[in-house]
Design a protein around this ligand. Structure first.
Ligand SMILES: [Zn+2]
Length: 356
């Protein structure tokens, strides 16, 4: 499957399955944008919630959009920020509240009260100018009861309806046609309840008509159960609710085995912080008989290990021995994070694209 968009008359194509690292605050931490393409990265995910607070969507629009701001001509995906803002509010009720028309929350940077409506989420993403946009949805922690989950599903559908209209208005205002417009992703909520996932998918698909359809659907909420295991059946059922000609965005699913399982159900777009965040903790991923394995270079056993992470990797990592990388971690030289992040992104993109 491919996702296509016409920009200034030229067609931009994203082949699936693919992996998009998180550039939450418009940067892949410790790794300059210029390093991304060289390790096989074709798309990245920025976060609406974080960017609306800092530096602000108006500033990014003034810069010419997220691509110009970051100096990135690949695919830019904006997550709605729903997951982040709802996690904040559900973990700390004193920091905000979900209301029928949006979510009220405290700005973590300056303590001001903010109000994010679904309509704002689309307007902000349009200002960012991303290629793929995700609708703001009502995200609940997995352990909430079915009644609360159902309310969240109904609100997610209601908000999708409002956002569809804002999206169409923005396209008209910005002169974007069906080929040049950004792609739109609706998120299927419902927690661990199969019937609620079905209710959500049905409600979202009912918003489509001859002039409007969603390009992809996302897996909403946490994908892990209370024991930290992947909710395989829910992931499988949710995939079957999505029409075959739309892409399936496995939002935040990123442990190697979880990716394998999700892919087997047809999920084909992945993003997560694991390869980059783990790199900053010394962990490297590599292929071992076709499987993705990992080890932590902080481990004392690498002190005198002059072998390479992977002799065959062409990300630049094999200029250095494990002993040297172990030493850089020990003396906290930030250069090591860039080396390890590049390597992990190379391995992760190969892994997701089946290029083992
Ligand atoms: Zn490498």
């Amino acid at each position: 499957m491919q996702i296509k968009r016409k920009i200034n008359g030229e067609e931009k194509v994203l082949k699936l399955p693919n992996f998009a690292p998180d550039a939450t605050r418009a940067g892949v931490k410790a790794l300059p944008t210029s390093e991304l393409k060289g390790v096989g990265v074709e798309a990245l995910v920025v976060n609406t919630y974080h960017l609306m607070l800092k530096p602000g969507a108006d500033l990014i629009e003034k810069a010419g959009g997220i691509h110009k701001f970051m100096s990135w001509d690949g695919w830019a995906i904006s997550d709605s920020g729903g997951y982040q803002v709802f996690s904040l509010v559900h973990r700390n009720p004193e920091l905000g509240k979900v209301l029928d028309d949006g979510v009220r929350f405290k700005n973590v940077y300056n303590g001001d009260w903010e109000f994010l409506t679904p309509e704002d989420s689309i307007k902000i993403q349009m200002k960012l100018g991303t290629d793929i946009m995700v609708l703001l949805d009502d995200v609940r922690p997995t352990d909430r009861d079915k009644g609360e989950m159902k309310d969240a599903v109904l609100r997610t559908i209601e908000w999708a309806k409002l956002q569809k209209q804002v999206f169409l208005d923005e396209l008209e205002k910005r002169g974007l046609d069906d080929e040049s417009r950004p792609k739109l992703v609706a998120v299927i909520q419902g927690g661990p309840f199969e019937d609620l996932r079905a209710l959500c998918a049905e409600g979202l698909l009912a918003l489509e008509d001859e002039n409007f359809r969603f390009d992809g659907f996302g897996f909403g909420g946490n994908h892990l159960d209370a024991d930290g295991n992947l909710m395989e059946n829910i992931l499988q059922v949710t995939a079957t609710l999505i029409p075959d000609d739309r892409f399936k965005f496995a939002l935040g699913i990123g442990r190697p085995r979880d990716i394998e399982v999700a892919k087997s159900f047809g999920w084909n777009l992945f993003d997560c912080t694991i390869p980059t965040r783990e790199a900053r903790h010394g962990k490297v991923f590599f292929f071992e008989q076709g499987e993705l394995a990992s080890e932590n270079l902080k481990n004392a056993k690498f002190r005198k290990d002059f072998s390479k992470i992977d002799e065959t990797c062409d990300c630049g990592c094999n200029t250095y021995s494990k002993a040297y990388l172990h030493h850089l971690i020990n003396v906290k030289d930030p250069a090591v994070y860039m080396i390890l992040e590049k390597h992990n992104l190379k391995v992760y993109t190969r892994f997701v694209k089946n290029d083992k």
